[in-house]
Design a protein. Structure first.
Length: 256
């Protein structure tokens, strides 16, 4: 704890210590960003009459985020309740065109006093710094896993998503397709890099609505029959001839 000058009153010293502890909590690295802000506000909420604290992040669309970013978070809600009347609102710009809006709601019948508003302003300014730092870290991580022109995952992003599906035990719900845009290099050569980029963007937009198609409309059922026959032969519960015949019967019933 830093030394406090003797000229400070006991009340000021107590406020300084509380504020110092608030900053210490806010800089913890062992919890998620939302949890850290919640803990820090809970520490000061009684003194500042804070009944609820919310945050809203808005980033305008760009190439990497075609739909932009809009996130709303409730950091803290007091058991003593809150009222929506006369909140304290702090709006700060963040990075590129966008903003972070932090709103503190006071408790019922406990409106913010002038001194509390000054303290809340300082508290929210510090939370805004933490919010911006958190956003910059997530942005860097996201950009490292995407192809910036299209906003689609690159190889790193693809493997992260595969790992997530594997851990969730949902990987078998998906099929992976690999294809090469034959002649794309010639598009850039003949029409220029700028025109080639626009063509790539339009292609990616169409991919959002593309539907995977197998050799038959009921290919998943056909594929399951083949896989089942293969598995029976591998584990030795059926002969290749019998397994193939059973699979053929199922397939015939589908394609008849």
């Amino acid at each position: 704890m830093p030394k406090i000058g003797n000229h400070m009153s006991n009340n000021n010293q107590q406020q300084f210590q509380q504020f110092y502890e608030f900053i210490r909590i806010l800089n913890r690295k062992d919890k998620q960003y939302e949890e850290v802000v919640s803990d820090a506000i809970a520490f000061l909420a009684d003194d500042l009459f804070i009944g609820r604290l919310t945050g809203e992040l808005e980033i305008l669309p760009d190439a990497a985020n075609p739909s932009g970013v809009q996130e709303k978070t409730v950091f803290y809600t007091s058991e003593k309740g809150f009222t929506a009347e006369d909140p304290y609102v702090l709006v700060n710009p963040i990075m590129k065109p966008g903003s972070v809006t932090l709103t503190a709601f006071h408790r019922p019948n406990q409106p913010f006093q002038p001194e509390q508003r000054l303290a809340i302003q300082a508290v929210l300014e510090l939370i805004n710094m933490v919010a911006e730092r958190n956003f910059m870290i997530r942005t860097a991580e996201r950009q490292g896993m995407m192809q910036m022109l299209t906003g689609l995952p690159n190889a790193v992003g693809y493997m992260k998503e595969v790992g997530k599906k594997y851990r969730d035990r949902t990987i078998t719900d998906y099929d992976a397709y690999y294809f090469n845009l034959t002649g794309y290099g010639l598009i850039n050569k003949n029409f220029g890099q700028t025109e080639g980029d626009e063509i790539m963007k339009k292609f990616v937009a169409q991919m959002q609505y593309a539907q995977p198609r197998g050799p038959h409309a009921q290919w998943p059922e056909i594929s399951d029959a083949i896989s089942m026959a293969f598995n029976k032969v591998i584990i030795g519960t059926d002969t290749p001839e019998n397994a193939a015949a059973a699979a053929q019967t199922v397939i015939d019933s589908i394609v008849k």
